[in-house]
Design a protein. Structure first.
Length: 550
């Protein structure tokens, strides 16, 4: 078993690592740290979550001097990753009081100019902002000794090729270069040939890339059922924090809004958002004010939040590398994680490719039923009740129990209290998700094609009738600043219908549609027609009876 002492690190740094809870190096650290300490150039193929940040951060800490000049440069694809790397270097090197400065777009440049003028030893930045400072003359490489390209494949994929070339042409010829990348496509290999000197190639075995602490499962669903399946899985799994990955920015926004509309604390994160909005969303997610972050691949690069318990692939990733990147957001810092993927019947081949390349068996699961979700909620409540009984002072509540016990059976009272807490409906709900037989793919494929062919109002009304849902039309829409969350709030508050019972919500330009349990439709209509949204009176009708085009 290799130790940090055997890698050649100083006693002071080893003591700092021990205080942070790091007992032994990961494979990528054990292979790269001695090489970097010896001054060799390194090309390391390593997935996020394998400890790659410490693999280059620790040698940087050991090799820079006390002079307040820029001696090490780390380039990262996103501001989030740049901040995390800077924080890690500062944390590992606190025994030396190193000055580390992250520089990135979206932050006032004056603050970065002041930091550079005061003197720093390590700069961690995004390519665009680093090049900006170089052209301004505020960043100089006269004493630069080490350059690290972190997640090089992502920087090239995000269009930073020209910036990287310009920066690498300005660094001193006598410097050490380290490149870390999850994959090594031709563009990355060309970069290494031109800007490294006799590099040592380091890689982690393919089976290690699959993150063994992550439980990987998939559900096969029809495309039309995906949102309902996502909500069902969230209810059944009850994640601490979950990231839901989508392919497009539009889809991330749409799913985020629809989850809000169903009562989940969810927001979306993608490249079209301003930096201020991205910062706010990430702060809320880190602080636990959000349960679900709906993100695109690029937006979630470099996120390192140990409390993320679940990653959900709403869409199958287009390649195995993206799959590994995504699921690496969970199972951090030694914790167990869960990676869930939704596939449609025609996407089985894509999943098989991912399994073959990552050498991982992804377990197929049957979609949780409504009964499964109810059982999970009851089990969670049982555990919470046991904890409260063991740790809380209940004297202020026993008086009420004594009062009710005079006229009611205690067992019946307890059952009534649990029912109130869980807010479970009297009438059994109808499961709206089509359950697919795992064996015959042809049958599932036919069901999928049939569902896509049914586009008319008659088919939609028939489906809602079969599933016990009624569709209500509201006279307000996007033009009136109405959001799905507003509709859920109005129904839940005015009609007393739980948010989780509300089905699909569609907000169009001038009208909106919402599905509610058919047994509550008349109650919801009466309540909505007595209230207003965004200062305007609601006129609600059953859409089945009065179809209106947007």
């Amino acid at each position: 078993m290799t130790t940090f002492a055997e890698l050649g690190l100083s006693d002071a740094l080893i003591a700092t690592l021990s205080g942070l809870g790091y007992d032994e190096p990961t494979p990528i650290q054990a292979q790269t740290i001695p090489l970097l300490l010896a001054g060799r150039d390194v090309i390391a193929q390593a997935q996020t979550g394998t400890g790659k940040t410490a693999a280059f951060a620790l040698p940087i800490i050991e090799r820079v001097t006390d002079d307040l000049t820029v001696q090490a440069l780390v380039l990262a694809p996103t501001r989030e990753l740049a901040i995390q790397v800077a924080e890690a270097i500062h944390r590992y090197g606190r025994h030396r009081a190193l000055r580390v400065l992250p520089i990135y777009g979206g932050q006032p440049i004056e603050r970065q100019l002041r930091g550079l003028a005061q003197g720093v030893q390590v700069v961690v930045g995004t390519p665009g902002r680093v090049l900006d400072h170089l052209r301004r003359g505020s960043l100089r490489f006269d004493h630069l000794r080490m350059v690290v390209l972190d997640e090089a494949d992502e920087m090239l994929d995000m269009g930073f090729a020209e910036e990287l070339e310009a920066i690498l042409q300005l660094v001193p010829a006598e410097r050490q270069t380290a490149l870390f990348s999850a994959t090594l496509p031709p563009a990355v290999q060309n970069l290494t040939l031109r800007y490294t000197r006799q590099p040592v190639r380091v890689s982690i075995a393919g089976e290690q890339l699959a993150a063994p602490r992550i439980r990987q499962i998939y559900y096969e669903v029809l495309a039309r059922d995906k949102l309902d399946a996502l909500c069902r899985v969230l209810d059944a799994e009850m994640p601490q924090l979950a990231i839901v990955f989508c392919r497009t920015r539009q889809e991330a926004d749409d799913i985020g809004e629809r989850l809000q509309g169903r009562g989940y604390a969810a927001e979306s994160l993608h490249g079209d958002l301003s930096q201020a909005v991205r910062d706010r969303v990430m702060r809320r997610f880190r602080d636990g004010q959000l349960d679900v972050l709906v993100a695109t691949d690029v937006a979630a690069r470099g996120l390192d939040i140990a409390e993320v318990s679940h990653v959900i692939n709403y869409d199958v990733p287009t390649d195995p590398e993206s799959y590994v990147h995504r699921i690496g957001r969970t199972g951090r810092a030694g914790r167990d994680g869960v990676a869930i993927t939704f596939i449609t019947p025609r996407e089985r081949r894509m999943l098989q490719t991912i399994e073959r390349v990552t050498r991982t068996r992804i377990e197929r699961r049957a979609m949780p039923t409504l009964a499964d979700v109810a059982a999970r909620r009851r089990a969670a409540l049982r555990d919470q009740l046991r904890e409260v009984v063991a740790t809380s002072d209940l004297d202020s509540y026993t008086a009420l129990v004594d009062e009710l016990a005079a006229t009611h059976d205690l067992r019946t009272l307890a059952a009534a209290a649990i029912k109130l807490l869980l807010n479970e409906a009297e009438t059994e709900q109808v499961d709206t998700i089509t359950r697919l037989d795992p064996a015959p793919a042809e049958r599932a494929g036919r069901a999928e094609r049939a569902s896509r062919a049914k586009r008319g109002d008659t088919a939609e009304r028939s489906h809602r009738s079969e599933t016990g849902m009624a569709r209500i039309q509201i006279n307000l829409g996007r033009n009136d600043q109405v959001r799905p969350a507003d509709i859920v709030g109005a129904i839940a508050n005015e009609a007393g219908v739980p948010g989780r019972s509300i089905g699909a919500i569609e907000v169009r330009a001038r009208v909106s549609f919402v599905e509610v349990p058919r047994r509550t439709a008349r109650q919801v209509l009466q309540a909505l027609n007595r209230t207003s949204l965004r200062g305007q009176r609601i006129r609600a009708t059953l859409a089945d009876e009065t179809p209106v085009a947007a």
